[in-house]
Design a protein around this ligand. Sequence first.
Ligand code: HEC
Length: 130
Amino acid sequence: MSAVLFCRGMAMLRIAKLKMQPLPKIILPLIASSLALLILGSAAQAQDPARHGRALLKEFCANCHAIGKTDSSRLREAPPLRTLGRSFDLDQFPRLLKRGISSSHPAMPEFKFSDDDAHAVSAYLRSIQQ
Ligand code: HEC
């Protein structure tokens, strides 16, 4: 009797083991590929700060300023960002962005950028200056 119970117990263990096995086989590649995507994603961002910078400007500044090479500002008083190099030293611009940039114009809110974002924005600005 106890031998039968024992055997049944072993059989159940074996079934449990069989059921357990396919799981990691499915999940491991999923984990591996999402990790790879994460790493690739941040590498792409690190490789192309200007693209990241453009996205930031599009999100925070494009409502008023022209952020491209040929577009015009939606708010006429806001200078196109491609002309910033005329009145600002772009080498100093990341510092300005991190400290918080605001203008004398009441319409423009104050912005503060992280170190990475400030450098990304400056890299993009540099690429469009006229
Ligand atoms: C709500 C509208 C608005 C938004 C959003 C805005 N700006 Fe402005 N910005 C203006 C206006 C209007 C001026 C011109 C006012 C002035 O001369 O003081 C200006 C001026 C500036 C100036 C000074 C230009 C100069 O030559 O003196 C800089 C630099 C600037 N903006 C950068 C930015 C950046 C970077 C962003 C996004 C992070 C941004 N602005 C978002 C409206 C805006």
